[in-house]
Ligand binder design. Structure first.
Ligand code: GRF
Length: 193
C-alpha cells in the first residue's frame, strides 16, 4: 500500500476525486494534503474526507525558504508518492535532489503543447480541434517530465476558455486516479484515454 501526499493551491476538485478513489482495493491511501494558501477551498474538503491538512504559506518569504519547509514536511511524513493537484508553485531545482521520481502533476493540455498557464485560451486561439489533460512526472523543467497519461476532448466552434476548461476538468477527474492506480503498482506506461 503506497502513502500519498497531495499538494494543492485552490479548489481541490482533483484532490477530492483522488481521495475518493483511494479506498477499497486501490493500492494507495492519502496521508496528507498540503496547501500553500490558507484560503484554498480544498483544505475544508480534505478535512471533511478525514485527511489531515497542513498549510505552508508562500507569501513574504523566498522560494528557497518555502521549498525547504515543504521538503522538511514531506521528509517527516515520508509519502511514497506526492501528487501535485492544482499546486501553483514552481519548485527550485535543489528540491528535486530528494524527491525526484515520486512526484506527479496533472496539467490541462495535451503536453508537450501548452506548458504553463492559460492553456485553454491558447488551444482555442491556435484553432486546435482537440484539447485535453496530461499526467506527468514532475521534473525541474516546467510541465516537461515523462508522460504517464493523457485524456482528449474535442474543441467546439463556440467554446470559450471556460467551457473548454469544464470539459477538460471532467476528464482530469477520470484520468488522474487511473494513472495513480497504475503508478502505485509500478506501471509507468502512458495511459491514453
Ligand atoms: C486543474 O485544471 C489542473 O489541471 C491544473 O489546475 C487545476 C486545478 O483544479 N493544474 P482543482 O484545484 O483540482 O479543482
Amino acid at each position: 500500500m503506497k502513502h500519498v501526499a497531495i499538494l494543492i493551491s485552490g479548489t481541490g476538485s482533483n484532490m477530492e476525486t483522488l481521495i475518493h478513489a483511494m479506498q477499497g482495493d486501490f493500492p494507495a491511501r492519502p496521508c496528507l494534503v498540503i496547501s500553500n494558501r490558507i484560503d484554498a477551498g480544498g483544505l475544508a474538503k480534505a478535512r471533511l474526507l478525514g485527511v489531515p491538512t497542513h498549510v505552508i504559506p508562500h507569501k513574504n518569504r523566498t522560494r528557497e525558504d518555502f521549498d525547504a519547509e515543504l521538503a522538511a514536511t514531506l521528509t517527516r511524513v515520508a509519502p511514497d508518492i506526492t501528487l501535485h493537484a492544482g499546486f501553483m508553485r514552481i519548485l527550485s531545482p535543489g528540491f528535486f535532489d530528494a524527491f525526484s521520481g515520486s512526484m506527479l502533476n496533472i496539467h490541462p493540455s495535451l503536453l508537450p503543447k501548452y506548458p504553463g498557464l492559460n492553456t485553454h485560451a491558447r488551444a482555442i486561439e491556435a484553432g486546435d480541434s482537440e484539447a485535453g489533460c496530461s499526467v506527468h512526472e514532475v521534473i525541474p523543467d516546467l510541465d516537461a517530465g515523462p508522460l504517464l497519461g493523457q485524456a482528449r476532448v474535442p474543441i467546439h466552434a463556440n467554446d470559450t476558455p471556460e467551457t473548454l476548461a469544464r470539459r477538460v476538468q471532467a476528464r482530469e477527474h477520470e484520468l488522474y486516479p487511473k494513472v495513480l492506480r497504475r503508478y502505485a503498482i509500478g506501471d509507468r506506461t502512458p495511459l491514453m484515454i
